[in-house]
Design a binder for this molecule. Structure first.
Ligand code: ADP
Length: 649
């Protein structure tokens, strides 16, 4: 094939522009990204060769070579991995296959500093080469294809790239970076070794560089120079990080490994590295990121846990190894017992995989429990006058759970519905805002510890926003009696809470569902007064029911209101009006159950009802206002306005 010119997918062109304009502050990461790609390519070859040993041709030792040419100002990263066919080069290097790319691009602000952070989460991979190069040449041949079927890909990193056929004897890929003038520091063996040591020590493949030695100049008085010897040496540790003993691994190495596997630019919040022996033997190295990725809610995207079998990379399949509610976890699991040719189907059925998954979930929950335990340390002298000593290690954990929860709390809640076996542990990890705290910092246990004497339930309310929850009329009586109510404003809350009937023996009760029953919290006199008021109110109720029979399932008197005349509640076990509204907005089906209107017989407006000539209008205004108060809209807003205006006039 002779030279062809192709355009980059629009998103790639946009990304390239950003890469060159935003990421220059940390240029050396390009080497990590390209070596990581080279290593992935070798992993892929090893995996495909399980079924076709011929793919190794006559070079079974997988490796990466890094070399440079001072005169030509090029830096080359070569691997003998799987390689690319012409079509693969066009597809893989000209488009971005990641789902959600468009959405991601839409989020970029044009503010380079902010965008650089976002790009970090997105992972720029191959394109990071353009941080240091103004032209990249890729030469490749796919394993198993003929030498004449090689491909050369060239681009200056702007709108388009060229491809042509070449003959290439060696299987695999060379990425040749034509360095910019300001990136010439990478034409130096010391510098390269230092960067490789920092970012790629954990790569299990050997990374080779040509040895250099000092040579005096032949001419008297002129300085000597380093010259290449033709001999290659391994410049990284070349042992997979997780296979090394914990004590030999520094925090920095753990962090760099995380960044390499996750493409995250930030350090993780915490990690856990263990060798598990028992029914099945495996090593797990699991990380909790500090920031949610841009595609956390893309349900189809499920990568993050890399599965190895006896150090051979098998697949990036978080689904079989981690449930969806822990999809933010990154890491590596290396099994000693699974067969090397394990397929996706087999993964789903394997008993070993189930044990590994259970063990990994438990490990993640323990990590979170540990962070939660050390989140806040109230320093100070204890009763006996002894001041606590907090270890440095524990101190470093302070505030981390709050940070974790802000990023991933809503996802963790999905676990209530997804993981019945661990429901109680998950419930303990949840935090909510409440009528005593605007920030999500109240656990069910905190709540229970503050419950009033005689209080028999954990009360909560769900709403679209914190303000709507806080000002909801349904809270009035709770505020008056000083009873704390948890305020839930995540979309997932109502769905998730469905799966949690009680916490530690105390039932959970939505204050917007069913009749309010404060049980022992109400004293006898109050109860009696309420009953009497309700009795006297009966004729009005009957008339209200009749007037609103198309809108309300029922109309009843309530003691839950103090300042408001009326509110809407749903029948016990029914879907809240808020959730029904959300579903309808999302174009989904929601039951059309009519709500119950509860009215406050003590309210001036309600007292006016009896005998009023405007009874019908007042009844409808009461109902529509109750709807407005919880963020809904009257069915016929114009009619509502008309009624109110008529009264005002
Ligand atoms: P990612 O690695 O996150 O998929 P990249 O932009 O780094 O994204 O690379 C895009 C694709 O190009 C890779 O998924 C892979 O298919 C291909 N690729 C990149 N480098 C190599 C390589 N050295 N050998 C084979 N394929 C490669």
């Amino acid at each position: 094939m002779s030279k062809q010119t192709h355009s980059f997918q629009a998103e790639v062109a946009q990304l390239l522009h950003l890469v060159t304009h935003s990421l220059y502050s940390n240029p050396e990461i390009f080497l990590r990204e390209l070596i990581s790609n080279a290593s992935d390519a070798c992993d892929k070859l090893r995996f495909e060769a399980l079924n076709d040993a011929g793919l190794y041709e006559d070079a079974p030792n997988l490796e990466v070579r890094v070399s440079f040419d001072k005169e030509a100002k090029t830096l080359t990263i070569t691997d003998n991995g799987i390689g690319m066919s012409t079509q693969e080069a066009i597809d893989h290097l000209g488009t971005i296959a990641k789902s959600g790319t468009k959405d991601f691009m839409g989020k970029l602000s044009g503010d380079q500093k902010a965008d650089a952070q976002l790009i970090g989460q997105f992972g720029v991979g191959f394109y990071s080469g353009f941080i240091v190069a103004d032209k990249i040449t890729v030469e490749s041949r796919r394993a198993g294809m003929k030498p004449e079927e090689g491909v050369r890909w060239i681009s200056g990193g702007t709108g388009d790239f060229e491809v042509e056929s070449i003959t290439r004897a060696a299987r695999g890929t060379s990425v040749i970076l034509h360095l910019r003038d300001d990136a010439e520091e990478f034409l130096n063996a010391w510098k390269l070794k230092q960067v490789i040591g920092k970012y790629s020590d954990h790569i299990s493949l050997p990374i080779l560089m040509e040895k250099e030695e000092w040579k005096e100049s032949e001419k008297e008085g002129e300085p000597g120079a380093m010259v290449k010897t033709g001999e290659w040496e391994t410049v990284n540790k070349a042992s997979a990080l997780w296979t090394r003993p914990k004590k030999d691994i520094t925090d920095e190495q753990y962090q760099e490994f995380y960044k390499a596997i996750s493409h995250d630019y930030e350090n993780p919040l915490t990690w856990s590295h263990n060798r598990v022996e028992g029914n099945t033997e495996y090593t797990q190295l699991l990380y909790i990121p500090a920031k949610a990725p841009f595609d956390l809610y893309q349900r189809d995207k499920h990568a993050g846990i890399k599965l190895y079998v006896k150090r051979v990379f098998i697949m990036d399949d978080a689904e079989s190894l981690m449930p969806s509610y822990l999809r933010f976890v990154k890491g590596v699991i290396d099994s000693a017992d699974l067969p090397l040719n394990v397929s996706r189907e087999l993964l789903q059925e394997s008993r070993d995989v189930r044990l590994i998954r259970d063990g990994s979930v438990k490990r993640v929950l323990s990590m979170l429990e540990d962070l939660a335990k050390h989140d806040k340390h109230e320093a100070g002298a204890q009763a006996d006058g002894v001041t606590d000593v907090v270890s440095e290690e524990d101190k470093a954990k302070e505030g981390k759970y709050t940070q974790f929860y802000a990023e991933f709390g809503a996802v963790l809640k999905e676990g209530l519905g997804e993981d019945f076996g661990n429901r109680e542990r998950i419930a303990k990890l949840l935090r909510f805002a409440s009528t005593t705290s605007d920030t999500p910092s109240v656990s069910f246990a905190d709540y229970k510890a503050r419950m009033k004497e005689g209080q028999e339930a954990i009360y909560y309310i769900t709403a679209d926003t914190l303000a709507a929850a806080k000002n909801s009329p349904q809270l009035e009586v709770f505020k008056k009696k000083g009873i704390e109510v948890l305020l839930m404003t995540d979309r997932v809350d109502e769905w998730a809470l469905n799966y949690l009937q009680d916490f530690d023996g105390t039932p959970l009760q939505s204050v917007a569902k069913g009749a309010v029953d404060l049980g022992k919290l109400q004293d006898e006199a109050e109860k009696k007064a309420a009953e009497e008021a309700a009795e006297a109110f009966k004729p009005v109720l009957a008339k209200l029911k009749e007037a609103l029979k198309d809108k309300a399932e029922d109309v009843r008197a309530t003691t839950r209101l103090v300042d408001s005349p009326a509110c809407l509640v749903v029948q016990d076990g029914g879907m809240s009006t808020q959730l029904a509204r959300l579903l309808k907005q999302a174009g989904q089906k929601a039951p059309d159950a009519k709500p119950v209107l509860e009215v406050n017989p003590e309210h001036a407006l309600v007292k006016k009802l009896d005998g009023s000539v405007h009874f019908h209008d007042l009844a409808h205004i009461l109902f529509d206002q109750a709807l407005l108060a919880e963020g809904g809209l009257p069915e016929d807003p114009a009619a509502y306005v008309k009624r109110v205006n008529a009264l005002l006039a």
